[in-house]
Write a protein that binds this ligand. Sequence first.
Ligand code: C5P
Length: 411
Amino acid sequence: MAQLQNKHILLGITGGIAAYKAPDLVRRLREQGAEVRVVMTDSAKAFVTPLSLQAVSGFTVSDDLLDPTAEAAMGHIELARWADIILVAPATANTIARITHGFADDLLSTLVLASKAPVVIAPAMNQQMWAATSVQENIETLLNRGVQMIGPESGEQACGDVGYGRMSDPTQIVQALIEKQPKTPQTWQGKTFVITAGPTREAIDPVRYISNHSSGKMGYALAEAAAHAGANVILVSGPTQLATPAGVQRIDVETAEQMLNAVQQQLQQCDVFIGCAAVSDYRIAEIASQKIKKEQSDQPPQLKLVQNPDILQQVASSEKPPFTVGFAAETENLKANALRKLERKQLKMIVANDVSQTGLGFNSDSNNAIIFSQDSEQSLPTMSKHDMAIAIIDAIAKRYFDNTNPEIRAN
Ligand code: C5P
């Protein structure tokens, strides 16, 4: 089995002769299921080309802290958040010193500072340099800080010397990385999540529709987090601009009725249902078969609306309901409204957020929320939707696998 499945590995390549092993390292990390993005220092480019690394990783190589084009694609802060692990291989004496002393004048050292991800270094340098007091002191500082180290190995070096300082081989690095992974069980292995995400679109005529501002980011982040924790994930998505997370099966729909149909078809095998979509509460009673023209009448058209089905409620009240989680976007009385919704829709959990706060919720990258169940309340402070998704999936796991909770159906 791929043992780094869906792991986001940011590989920092620095300027040592061992950089020639980097393309092989990328290939071997990907064989283990990891997604690899490469950051190179300027001197690394003297040993291996960005183009080779782009070809083996499948992503453009990042190398410049101040490049507006790169920042517009995946900016350095996004890259820092994206990483689950920062692996610096080869790590030269210079880069080790820079990381130890908190430099932030190139992309790689800045990313190390800006990321919460664990840092793993695979040193590579001449044996005399490796033995130098300053290098050893820097290494000791890093190890005390929790930075992990793979190698270096002893043997013949490119310069002809013999001793410690050779970078470990890519196979050894990958194996060591796998062994260093926290041994959290793949909690959701064998369980299926169905998650709705994004807006729905309700046609008025062949060119117009009613919709809302939902970007789908929260639902997609949940799908990614559940897949990361080992679940089979089916994402039923309204129209969004987002890429399907790795390992997730996506079903595209437009209207609320299509979303309901798609969800119902998946219910048989569903253990956890999360209704994260911003489903349009109403649709047009009769969709005009031709474009409505201004010239047709002196009066503006009167649009008659009918209520859409409540997907979440229908799932929760189905014959053998999965563990059902809803969302509540509220502008006032957050707790009271969320608890009422929990009760009315017969949910196991509801994630409530205050959408009156600017910069949070709809269309933004971060959010804060309170998770309510019938007898518990957990506040999640402002954080990225990525981190929030992990926290929500964790909270669901705590309830779902709590054997003392008789309401959870045994599977
Ligand atoms: O009632 P309200 O729309 O505020 O409830 C929000 C929750 O219900 C969300 O989890 C949303 O995905 C779900 N919902 C649904 N179908 C609807 C309306 C809301 O699944 N028609």
